[in-house]
Ligand binder design. Structure first.
Ligand code: IPE
Ligand code: IPE
Ligand code: MG
Length: 253
């Protein structure tokens, strides 16, 4: 029985039911949005919102790992987020250090392989070193592929891929007419990983904000209203169940 026939046998499931494995996404991407509004709602400083957001992050990573999903990509800091007040940027940079200090042992123990998407060279020295170390330490792990986008922009990623491919052509290692979709995919940060199957953006905003432009080409989008610090494992399960009920057609009949 082929994939399409199998799909025909899949039945609708009631909300709240546990996601079934055969309809699980291989790659989930999350735009963790709403920390600022959460802080405002609770009359707290915005950095408290971001800190609360890292609590959600821990739970969601754990659950993704428990479910055996292959890859999880998280949008933590965009190339546009430098435009925020210096104090907020500093708080986010501090959270990067705190997050890795508290999580790296457990993640490594769980065989999670960490990859940073984005240009690390523009980050402060300390953050760069911590991220580099996390990637190196977990580089040979074979479990969940945890991609964390920091100083990431989808257009910047594509421009970088184009530059790498142009350099190969210049050096005679590749002919321009040989450049395929696969060539482009092979020069993205996510090379070797499946495309995004499910994109979740919390807080009710319905836009990509420059996240994984190439990889999201055929992703299913879900936009829960809940703010990221209030996002729960139960809500995540509902998203996964909803994904399982989507009819993915890829342009076919
Ligand atoms: C998302 O929360 C986290 C980052 C961008 C780092 P926001 O800070 O964007 O939250 P809102 O959109 O202001 O509520
Ligand atoms: C996208 O959220 C970036 C991250 C979640 C890290 P933003 O809150 O920065 O995006 P816009 O400005 O609403 O598009
Ligand atoms: Mg936002």
């Amino acid at each position: 029985m082929n994939r399409t026939q199998l799909r025909g046998l899949w039945h609708l499931r009631k909300a709240g039911e546990k996601p079934r494995e055969e309809r699980m996404p291989r790659h989930v991407a999350i735009i963790m949005d709403g920390n600022g509004r959460w802080a405002k709602k609770h009359r707290l400083n915005v950095s408290r919102g971001h800190r609360q957001g890292t609590e959600t992050l821990r739970e969601i990573i754990r659950h993704t790992d428990d479910l055996g999903i292959e890859a999880l990509s998280l949008y933590a800091f965009s190339t546009e987020n430098w435009n925020r007040p210096a104090e907020e940027v500093a708080a986010l940079m501090q959270l990067i250090l705190d997050f890795f200090a508290s999580e790296i042992d457990e993640l490594d123990e769980k065989n999670v392989r960490i990859l940073i998407l984005g240009d690390k060279s523009a980050l402060p020295e300390q953050q760069r070193a911590v991220l580099q170390e996390a990637e190196e330490r977990t580089g040979k792990n074979t479990g969940l592929r945890l991609n964390i986008a920091i100083n990431y922009g989808g257009r910047a990623e594509l421009a970088r891929a184009a530059a790498e491919i142009a350099a190969l052509a210049r050096d005679g290692k590749l002919k321009p007419e040989e450049v395929s979709e696969q060539t482009v995919a092979d020069h993205l940060y996510t090379r070797g990983q499946p495309d995004v199957d499910l994109l979740i953006r919390t807080s009710g905003e319905m836009r990509l904000s420059n996240f994984l432009l190439y990889q999201n080409a055929y992703a299913e989008f879900i936009f829960p209203e809940v703010l990221w610090p209030d996002f729960t494992v139960a809500e995540y399960d509902r998203c996964l169940a909803a994904f399982g009920r989507r009819d993915r057609r890829y342009g076919g009949r």
